[in-house]
Design a protein around this ligand. Sequence first.
Ligand code: SF4
Length: 289
Amino acid sequence: MPKEITLAKFAGFCYGVKRAVETVKKLKAQNPERNIYVLGELIHNTQVIEELSSLGIKTLKELPKKGNGVCVVRSHGESPEIFKKIEEAGFEVYDLTCPDVKKVQQKAIELAKNGYYVVIVGRSEHPEVIAIKANALQYSQKVIVATTPEQIKPYEKELKEHKKIGVVVQTTQMISTLNDIVKFLTPLSKELLIANTICQSTSMRQSEAKELAKNSDLMIVVGSKKSANTTHLAEVLKDITKTIHIETEKELESFEDLIESSQKISITAGASTPQNIIDKVIKHIEVSP
Ligand code: SF4
């Protein structure tokens, strides 16, 4: 019997990533003589970074002390201090922070200004979270980051005394992570304000993939292992059905037996996965026994 292969509708580039990649290419095309840099990888995808590099758009691992040309701030956003440093180094800043990420930053600022103890649900080492935290810290020192209640426990007494707690969420987090944190914070607070700032693109991708997983023997998640939204997606799906997370079709060779024994296979992909990589995965599965 031929395999039933389904590709998720919300697989691949989200609008924030699409906007960042298209804008940066346009910027270089319109300014061929100028240096165009991106601070950090524009998206978590090696092929896209190589393509940008071939067009003359260079990725800066660190901000140099001096430079010239345009320095792009990627969709994750940056702290106000980094924005200042880019200008001080002599670059023109081009801000491509995703509008959804900007909303989280604004919400965190608003909560800090209004005297809430700010809890950011997210991974402390993720660039988006680092920038959200830095924005809130401009107005209050009462800011913590956590993905589990255990990480909040050391602040339990302080939070209880503060009474007013405000929560924002990294755009690519899972709703279950937010729920666990809210459950822990509820008895500690007199006033708990929750801003569910998980972006719509992430929510739709996760709910569609969960539905597909219920009717699939195997889910294949395509995307970088460094990408937060892709790894979260694979984590969610693993609880529902057999799930593999791959970066390119080449990795499928290690899962030949699993693919062969699966009749219904569904494919989804993270927000930074280009369409051509998804296409290659589908092609590989189609010719599998
Ligand atoms: S995942 Fe959401 S917040 Fe992040 S770049 Fe895409 S649309 Fe923006």
